[in-house]
Design a binder for this molecule. Structure first.
Ligand SMILES: Nc1ncnc2c1ncn2[C@@H]1O[C@H](COP(=O)(O)OP(=O)(O)OP(=O)(O)O)[C@@H](O)[C@H]1O
Ligand SMILES: [Mg+2]
Length: 397
């Protein structure tokens, strides 16, 4: 069992800052997912943890050991890559055990026992005598996992291990990884650019952008209380709508609508304090003259045609239907109101036609305000407190 602590971890390649000062604690036995767009520094972070890259600055600790400058083999971590990295001329069994005897640290019987156990766990006993070319992608990936498991490492480091699999197999392997983690309880850092994978697998999720941590939280807290526009737009599909508004007398005002801001919650500044809409106004951009401005965030799934949700209250506004996209289980409606555009989820068989007008309502408990300049969230209307375990990226240990 192992806790991994990163302190101001930094990696530069020539003129690229790949990892720009990470502070993070991966808890003992935790399944932590790191998610972010291509090039944001996920793989570099993982390779630093594995010892495959040397940190430019900062510190990596595993429990109370400083491993920042130790060799990969002295860290007792096992890495699983996207491309399986199996030897084509070796059987599944040889691929799993390769290198283990060489170190003389395992007796043959011990190795056999571990392989049998891992094969059972992963349901690959039948594959042990086959070579990789006679295995499917999912089977190869399980053999690669087997290789990681038999080493009984202090931590698993996984870099997009499922991205070469087709969609169906990915969903199946996702469930298997969750089960495997419940069984082994090994500290795991899992890198992906797929937000669905991050949300379904992670006990906590680290959202990275541009070499920096944006937010660390359990999945639901990321979705409900995004700390800034980047996280708000990265987590959730389709992305959260963002509309420029003025905030006046506790109301988000736009040419096409007036949305009262209920009592809500701030994340930063007056951290965790409840505030009403008028107080939110005070936090909007004070330099915008007598009309403090903010960016109003509402997810497409929190907007509804008013006739479908009379229970949500009387505040509605009219919008023009621009395009409709049938998604099978819902209809995604692209709308415009004044100079703004937004997307709304509707019942799959709604009779909404482009060019028509739709009366729109919204869930008043699902509004967000962001500062126009910095993109920081300063108000969430959600009245439920953040789920237990919500922790700031900077103070998460
Ligand atoms: N060996 C290297 N030499 C120079 N630059 C590098 C090297 N490895 C990574 N980089 C740069 O560092 C940045 C982060 O790369 P990294 O591979 O960590 O991204 P990533 O988040 O894993 O992206 P992806 O989702 O595409 O795998 C990128 O700008 C990349 O070009
Ligand atoms: Mg990568």
């Amino acid at each position: 069992m192992t806790t991994i602590t990163l302190r101001n971890l930094r990696k530069e390649f020539d003129d690229v800052v790949a990892v720009n000062g990470l502070d993070l604690t991966v808890r003992d036995g935790e399944f932590l997912v790191v998610v972010g767009p291509s090039g944001c520094g996920k793989s570099t972070t993982l390779r630093l943890l594995a010892g495959l890259e040397t940190a430019t600055d900062g510190e990596i600790r595993m429990d109370d050991r400083d491993v920042t400058h130790t060799e990969p083999k002295d860290r007792n971590v096992a890495m699983v890559f996207q491309n399986y990295a199996l030897y084509p001329h070796m059987t599944g069994r040889r691929n799993i055990t390769f290198g283990m005897n060489a170190t003389d640290s395992f007796a043959d019987e011990e190795i056999d026992r571990r392989v049998a156990e891992a094969a059972e766990t992963l349901d690959i006993t039948d594959l042990l005598d086959r070579k990789p070319q006679a295995m499917s992608g999912g089977e190869r990936q399980r053999v690669a996992l087997g290789r990681a498991i038999v080493r009984d490492p202090d931590a698993f480091l996984m870099d997009e291990p499922l991205s070469n699999l087709d969609a169906k197999l990915r969903i199946q392997m996702r469930a298997e990884l969750t089960r495997l983690h419940a069984e082994l309880g090994t500290t795991t850092v899992y890198v992906t650019h797929d937000q669905t994978e991050a949300m379904t697998l992670g006990e906590r999720v680290v959202v990275m952008d541009d070499g920096r941590i944006q937010q660390v939280d359990p999945p639901q807290a990321l979705y409900d209380f995004p700390t800034n526009r980047f996280v708000a737009e990265f987590i959730g599909d389709p992305a959260m709508n963002m509309i420029d508004v003025a905030v006046e007398d506790g109301v988000a005002v736009h040419d096409g609508f007036r949305i009262p801001l209920p009592s809500g919650k701030t994340v930063d500044g007056t951290d965790g304090e409840w505030l009403d809409g008028t107080e939110a106004e005070a936090l909007a951009d004070p330099d915008a003259g007598d009309r403090p401005t903010a960016v109003l965030g509402i997810r497409p799934e929190d907007l509804y045609p008013a006739r479908d949700r009379p229970d949500l209250g009387e505040t509605t506004f009219d919008a023009t239907v621009e395009v409709t996209e049938p998604l099978g289980d819902s209809l995604l409606v692209h709308c415009s109101v004044g100079d703004a555009t937004f997307k709304m989820g509707a019942e799959p068989r709604s009779s909404l036609e482009p060019g028509g007008t739709v009366s729109v309502t919204y869930d008043p408990a699902r509004l967000h305000l962001f500062a126009p300049e910095t993109g920081e969230a300063f108000y969430h209307s959600a009245t439920a407190p953040a789920p237990a375990g919500r922790i700031d990226a900077t103070t998460n240990d």
